[in-house]
Write a protein that binds this ligand. Sequence first.
Ligand code: ASP
Length: 440
Amino acid sequence: MRKVVAKFGGTSLADAGQFRKIKQIVKADAGRRFIVASAPGKRFSEDVKVTDLLLRAFGQAVAGQPFEATLALIDGRYRSIVEELGLDFPLSEEIAKLRAHLMDAPSRDYVLSRGEYLNAKLLAQYLGYTFVDPEWCVCFDSEGRLDAALSRRTMGAALRPLENAVIAGFYGADMDGNVRTLSRGGSDVTGSLAAAAIDADLYENWTDVSGLLAADPRIVPEPKTVPFVSYRELRTLSYMGASVLHTDAVLPVSDMDIPINIRNTDRPEDAGTTILRRLPKGETKYPIIGVAGRVGMSVIQVEKVMASDGSGFTAVMLDILKNRQLPFETCLTGIDTVTLVIRSDLLAPCKDDLFDEIRATLKPDYLGLTERLSMIAVIGEKDTESSDANLRVLQALLNAGMPINTINQGAGKLNLLIGVPEEKYEEAIRAIYRTIDESL
Ligand code: ASP
């Protein structure tokens, strides 16, 4: 039988109504045997996530302030689920345990983990599935770092004998049995580990959007959903700030070639976005699948006649940055020039110093700085060598009268990075999106 791991995010599990939707989704496909649960998220925009309430209670407890009111809010969130669904659950006992822990040298990770622990237990009871506590099978080292390889083995051993299960997301334990949490949004990672552990056919990630959008909806009105994205394209999109999945959630499944399907709990009929190693043939009409970007960049330009004569000019320049632990976004080398794009907030504190060092070490003929730049990534890696997609992008920018500061395109697959002035950023995104929109 098909094995599917279905992870449900905080908004998908925010109240009893959402639990009901999940039951319908789970029962609609017999393959959905392993469910990973987040803590209850926001029910409306001003609402507070249970994890944030737990964080507040922890902060109050360590500061010696009263935390009862916060605990009552947490209790209230679960109580309404228990009562509305008619569950027989010892909630008061669980809250009493949490209260006792908060009163006695609390551990931050333990307190935060209770959000998923309680929600997963409730969901397990509601679905009639076995509850799996990740304390037993998601392993951390003594520094609090996830041991993904060991977790995969222990999770496999815990899950394989079970017909179905609900696993709490976001936490595990170290070798001394202390509860440890992943970084925020980490239930995505638990889901990915579980999928790898049982060699799932599919990892479904249920959230509140119908997949990845081809552009930022704050800039482009109603952008289209991207049906297929490769793991590599997703990396670029996440780097550029698109946040639909925790970045650490890709590796465990991509290693094993398990597709990830981003789905919407409120619109289960939507196919969502499927993320896989290789895009399926014939499904993508146009090589570019999306456009994303970042503002707040600076460009340093260093020129010296005969820089390309083998004296290691570029290497020395990069060494200067490395010794200062100053990362760059892009490095473009031309004949006798090096152009570096660096995040302005990282450059600002050391700018004068850095320029002095470049002048002293490289004795350039010209050293220039352009600020307030944005970098735009045009994403798409399929069939780009043989198409005119990047020319169409540049043509679209030209038609929009866009000043272009830098263009960076590696050999082979399309991963075009374009620098335009910050004030033109949104206009440029819209111009590029139009070329995608025509063909998606
Ligand atoms: N509940 C945790 C958070 O809010 C983890 C998660 O939802 O994945 O970050």
